[in-house]
Design a protein around this ligand. Structure first.
Ligand code: ZN
Length: 346
C-alpha cells in the first residue's frame, strides 16, 4: 500500500486516567483501577487511530507516565526515589531525572502487558515505541557508570532483549525514539549509531528511529525560535542515520523550518514524514497533508513515504489531536487514490 500512515507514538491521556496536557502527568487512579483505566484508554486510542485511517497504529503510550521514564521504570539499577534535577537535551529544559545507582538489568519484559493487550484489540499493523539509548541516558542522572557511552550500550542490550520479547507477542514495528540525536552530533557519530544498531541486531520485526525537534511544549518552542530561519540539524544527522541498519527514519517536516532537501539524505530508507505539526493547535486540512506529501515526493519515491505526526501528541488536547489524526488519514487516502488512478491509466 502506498503512503501507509502512522503516528510518532503518544496520544493525549483522558482525564479519568491522568492529568491532562502534561508531559509528566500524575495518574488519577491506583492499583487495579489504574490498570483498568490504562486498558480502557488504550482501547480508545486504538479506536480513534483506526477511525482516522491510521494504518500502522500504536497503543498511544497510554500506560506510560512519560516515554522515557515509562520504560526505565521497568529496569533494575535505577532509583526513582533519588531524582536529580538536571538540564536535558543540551540544557534546553530541566527535568527531575531518576538516578542510575548500580549495574542495570531487565528482570522481565517492560512493556509485554501493554503489548499483549494492544495486540488483542487491533488487527492492524502494530508499532511500539521504545526510547533509544542516547535519549535514555540524557533523561537520567548517572550515579554509577560514569560514561554516557557505557551506560548507553548497557541500555542497548536491554532494549534488544525487550524488542525480541515484544516481537514474540506480535509487534510488527519497533520504533526507537532518539530526539537526543538532534542535539549531540559528535556522540551520534562516535557511538550513537553503533548503539542504535546494537538495539536492533537480528530482530525479526521492522525497525524505525524517530529523530525530531521535540514536543510542542514551551521550552521546545523557545528553542526552535533560537535555531534561526533554517534548521540544519538534519543535514548533519540524517546522513549518519542513512548508514545505520534501521529500516525507517521518522522525521519532522510540516510547520517546521526543516529544509525539505534533507529528505534526499534518506534515499536508501523508508521515511516517515511528519505531516502534522504538534507545536500548533491549528488543525491541518487534508490539503495541507497532501501538500507535505507532495513536497516529500520531490526527493523520495512514493513507495518510501509514510505520512506521520511530527512528534508525540501526549501534551495536546484530545480533541485537537484526534482531529489532526483524521486530517492525516484523509490526506494520505486522497494521495493513495490519486496514485492508484494514475497507475490504472498507464
Ligand atoms: Zn518526537
Amino acid at each position: 500500500m502506498l503512503f501507509p500512515t502512522t503516528i510518532a507514538g503518544s496520544l493525549p491521556k483522558p482525564p479519568w486516567l491522568a492529568e491532562t496536557e502534561r508531559l509528566w502527568p500524575q495518574w488519577r487512579q491506583s492499583g487495579d483501577a489504574l490498570a483498568e483505566a490504562m486498558r480502557d484508554a488504550t482501547r480508545v486510542a486504538l479506536f480513534e487511530e483506526e477511525h482516522a485511517g491510521i494504518d500502522v497504529v500504536t497503543d498511544g503510550e497510554q500506560s506510560r507516565q512519560h516515554f522515557v521514564h515509562g520504560f526505565v521504570a521497568g529496569v533494575e539499577g535505577i532509583d526513582f526515589s533519588k531524582k536529580v534535577r538536571r538540564g536535558i537535551r543540551g540544557d534546553r529544559y530541566e527535568a527531575d531525572c531518576p538516578s542510575v545507582v548500580s549495574p542495570i538489568s531487565r528482570p522481565t519484559s517492560v512493556h509485554a502487558g501493554e503489548v499483549r493487550f494492544a495486540r488483542s484489540v487491533t488487527d492492524r499493523t502494530l508499532k511500539i515505541t521504545i526510547p533509544g539509548p542516547m535519549t535514555i541516558v540524557d533523561t537520567l542522572f548517572d550515579g554509577h557508570y560514569g560514561s554516557r557511552r557505557d551506560l548507553a550500550f548497557a541500555f542497548a542490550d536491554i532494549i534488544h532483549d525487550e524488542i525480541l520479547d515484544l516481537c514474540a507477542l506480535g509487534v510488527d514495528v519497533v520504533q526507537l525514539d532518539e530526539p537526543a540525536f538532534n542535539v549531540f552530533f559528535e556522540e551520534v557519530n562516535e557511538w550513537g549509531i553503533d548503539a542504535l544498531n546494537a538495539c536492533i541486531r537480528d530482530v525479526p520485526c521492522k525497525t524505525a528511529v524517530h529523530v525530531c525537534y521535540g514536543y510542542g511544549i514551551q521550552a521546545n518552542l523557545d528553542w526552535k525560535h533560537s535555531l534561526g530561519e533554517k534548521w540544519d540539524q538534519y543535514d548533519i544527522v540524517l546522513p549518519m542515520l542513512a548508514r545505520s541498519n534501521v529500516d525507517q527514519v521518522a522525521i519532522e517536516l510540516a510547520g517546521s523550518r526543516v529544509p525539505p532537501h534533507v529528505l534526499a539524505h534518506l534515499k536508501t530508507k523508508s521515511v516517515a514524514v511528519g505531516c502534522i505539526d504538534v507545536a500548533s493547535d491549528e488543525i491541518e486540512r487534508p490539503e495541507d497533508v497532501i501538500r507535505t506529501i507532495e513536497t516529500a515526493l520531490e526527493y523520495l519515491p512514493p513507495e518510501a513515504i509514510s505520512p506521520t505526526t511530527n512528534c508525540g501528541m501526549a501534551p495536546m488536547s484530545r480533541e485537537v489531536a484526534y482531529a489532526k489524526l483524521r486530517a492525516l488519514g484523509d490526506g494520505a487516502r486522497a494521495m493513495r487514490t490519486r496514485y492508484t488512478a494514475a497507475t490504472a491509466r498507464r
